[in-house]
Write a protein that binds this ligand. Structure first.
Ligand code: 6R9
Length: 668
């Protein structure tokens, strides 16, 4: 291994040292418990080195394994000077391809047409289904043909509001096949949130189903869409077609409310279409999808991903971070309504020809052993979930690799996952990434280097994470600060839909020259990365990203709420819980009823998953003299770290703090 140098002659590239990997090299030559760490380390390190020193060559080689109608030009780079201060972005410029063709047609040609693409496990145990690669392609083509017939064209937006039925990945792939831009809205979002997204992206068609069972509860999705469409019409958006899948397990069509002329039963039209459909070839930089995510202001951001880079990124990260082998059975518990479901239920695994378990239900229904029953039933070998998933019981024999995502996993949870679930056999890939990054950014690669419980370890190929201080100066060695990324990577989002300025301000202005992640991070003496959570006003509840501003605006829309401030607090099960300080309109008394109605306002405007766990009545909020709410203090009060309130002297009315503490104690 001594022959492998991970540096160029001066140990630098473009002024950047590979210091954060220097120690890994030394570890690779160190005897470990199991003797020398395998040769793989050196191979991986060499790949990483090349990905940084020769990104064009590195990504071109990988991209060549995919189908391109026309190859990209000489350079995979493009100068994106206006946004990134000259930083290159990796775009496969000039390439023409289609991601659906790469997920399906290309894999079929490689001879896996009868391999299972999807195993579907319904809400009720015993209710299931499956599709081979060939069958999946046929379903996708039928829906694609239908959409073409109702004049959905390349570049048109399609909103998908579906639960985890097989029709959800089918719908995504069908859009991709015809060059339409899908925007999946998590089926837990309320009508108002759905309407907001519809108004923003103006889809040609909305795809949904009549209802779904979530645990023992029924949710009438079509009626939610109906309400959202009525609201959208009020905002000047008219949608001609709403395609409704009849989800018979939840509700028969006879019982479904209907908007004649607009609503169309999926089963009445789609199966009539041919099972082949030509591919719409798109430019590598043509948009693939929009996914709305929370930011630090009230309005959700339409994160836009394009085709070529995203395809290469999700495929490659999936393959390496999960050490994917063709015989694996892979299950990711995320819903396709979030980025994890886009990249690691649909695209990443299907691009690799993997067999994917799609689970409709809730992890604790009918009981908390459900997840492990599913692992056993399908012999799942790679299991990818959020640390807050409610899991008990014991190890499962089939498991080989475990993944974690969504929030920092604390060392004791890590050990539990490793020892109990993985039987101390399975490496854990703690994958740090974001909606914006398209795929994994910092993650262990199984077996490549020693793990540390709770650390996401090192960057994926091509990623250069940097930690900066308040002034934006890069800090070397052991340190903690703001996590940024230098340079670009293929899976990077390209803009915020309709608001490129916000894209620049949010991500590239805070620390000029870098992409700012919004996360805090520390690096230990061995160079391992430890994510410490968001440093902005975004909270992570059970792996769902929620902007405090969104919850606040839902609360203040309540006629009796004068002001609200929301912070995240540690929560045993959800990772973070939502803690809301609420000031009522003058003269309105506190009451349990009012508390409930405030929580309902959030449920109705965002969705049940964003409902506050605690409402803390606040006669007033602590503000600076310029009127800014001091969230730092509110966070301390919420987590009862009262001896850590810090300097309160800059407050306009310091007494407010004591009042809040007193009220918190009385637990109203
Ligand atoms: C993939 C996803 C992104 C935010 C991100 C960070 C947190 C995700 C993490 C993690 C620590 C991990 N996050 N993975 N924190 N360790 N392995 O979750 O995307 O919904 O956009 O959330 O989630 O705070 O900034 P998204």
């Amino acid at each position: 291994m001594e022959d492998v140098s991970i540096y160029n002659s001066n140990g630098k590239r473009n002024g950047r040292t590979l210091d954060h990997l220097r120690h890994v090299e030394s570890m690779a030559t160190m005897p470990s418990g199991a003797g020398k760490i395998p040769r793989l380390n050196a191979v991986i390190l060499e790949m990483y080195r090349r990905s940084i020193e020769d990104p064009a060559g590195f990504w071109s080689d990988i991209a060549s394994e995919f189908y391109w109608k026309q190859k990209w030009g000489q350079e995979v780079y493009s100068e994106n000077t206006d946004v990134r201060n000259g930083t290159i972005s990796i775009e496969f410029k000039g390439g023409i391809t289609n991601i659906c063709c790469n997920c399906l047609d290309r894999n079929l040609e490689s001879g896996i047409s009868d391999k299972f693409a999807l195993y579907w496990e319904g809400n009720e145990p015993g209710v299931d289904g499956s599709l081979t690669y060939r069958q999946l392609l046929e379903r996708v083509c039928q829906l694609a043909n239908y959409m073409k017939d109702i004049a959905v064209r390349k570049g048109d937006a399609v909103v998908i509001y579906l639960p985890m039925l097989m029709e959800l990945p089918i719908a995504m792939l069908a859009c991709a096949r015809i060059g339409a831009v899908h925007s999946v809205v998590f089926a837990g979002f309320s009508a108002e949130s759905l309407a907001q997204r519809i108004v923003d992206c103006k889809p040609k068609v909305v795809l949904t189903c009549n209802a779904v069972m979530r645990g023992s509860k029924i949710i009438y999705l079509r009626d939610i869409v109906d309400k959202a469409l009525t609201e959208s019409t009020g905002n000047g958006i008219s949608i001609d077609t709403c395609l409704v899948f009849e989800n018979q397990l939840a509700m028969k069509r006879e019982a479904t409310k209907w908007h004649e002329g607009r609503d169309v039963w999926w089963q009445d039209v789609v199966p009539k279409y041919p099972t082949t459909c030509s591919v719409e070839w798109v430019d590598a930089e043509d948009p693939l999808f929009l996914l709305y995510t929370s930011g630090s202001t009230g309005k959700p951001k339409g994160v836009l991903h394009t085709t070529g880079g995203y395809m290469i990124w999700t495929a490659t990260t999936f393959k390496y971070a999960f050490d994917y082998k063709p015989s694996d059975i892979y299950w990711c518990t995320a819903d396709c309504g979030w980025i994890t479901g886009h990249s690691y239920v649909s695209y990443g695994p299907l691009l690799n020809g993997a067999t994917v378990v799609v689970f409709e239900g809730a992890p604790n229904y009918p009981d908390s052993g459900r997840c492990w029953d599913i692992v056993d039933k399908y012999n799942v070998t790679i299991f990818y979930t959020a640390p807050t998933l409610y899991v008990t019981r014991y190890s499962r024999k089939s498991l080989r690799v475990l993944g974690s995502v969504g929030e920092p996993i604390n060392p004791s949870a890590w050990r539990w996952y490793y020892n109990v679930v993985g039987d101390s056999r399975c490496p854990i890939s703690d994958t740090w990434w974001q909606t914006e990054t398209g795929g994994f950014m910092i993650t262990p690669l199984p077996g490549a280097w020693p793990q540390k419980p709770g650390s996401a370890t090192f960057p994926f190929f091509g990623v250069q994470p940097v930690i900066v201080d308040e002034k934006g100066t890069e800090i070397e060695g052991q340190c903690s600060g703001y996590l940024c990324v230098k340079g670009s990577w293929p899976g990077a989002f390209r803009t915020l839909y309709g608001d490129h300025e916000r894209y620049e301000t949010t991500y590239f202005k805070p620390f000029p020259g870098y992409y700012f992640t919004g996360d805090g991070c520390s690096r230990d003496k061995d160079g391992y990365h430890w994510l410490t959570g968001r440093v902005d006003d975004v909270i992570n509840v059970s792996g769902h990203r929620i902007g405090t501003a969104e919850v606040e605006s839902a609360l203040v829309s309540h006629p009796q709420c004068a002001e609200a401030a929301v912070v995240g607090v540690e929560h045993e099960i959800k990772g973070q819980g939502i803690y809301a300080f609420v000031t009522l309109v003058e003269g309105v008394p506190y009451s349990e009823e009012l508390r409930k109605s405030l929580v309902n306002a959030v449920r109705n405007q965002i969705g049940a998953f964003a409902a506050p766990d605690t409402i803390h009545w606040a006669p007033a909020l602590p503000k600076t003299r310029s009127g800014k709410i001091m969230r730092r203090i509110l966070r301390k009060i919420a987590s009862r770290q009262l001896d850590e309130l810090g300097d309160t002297s800059t407050l306009a009315e310091p007494a407010v703090v004591d009042q809040l503490i007193a009220l918190g104690n009385s637990k109203i």
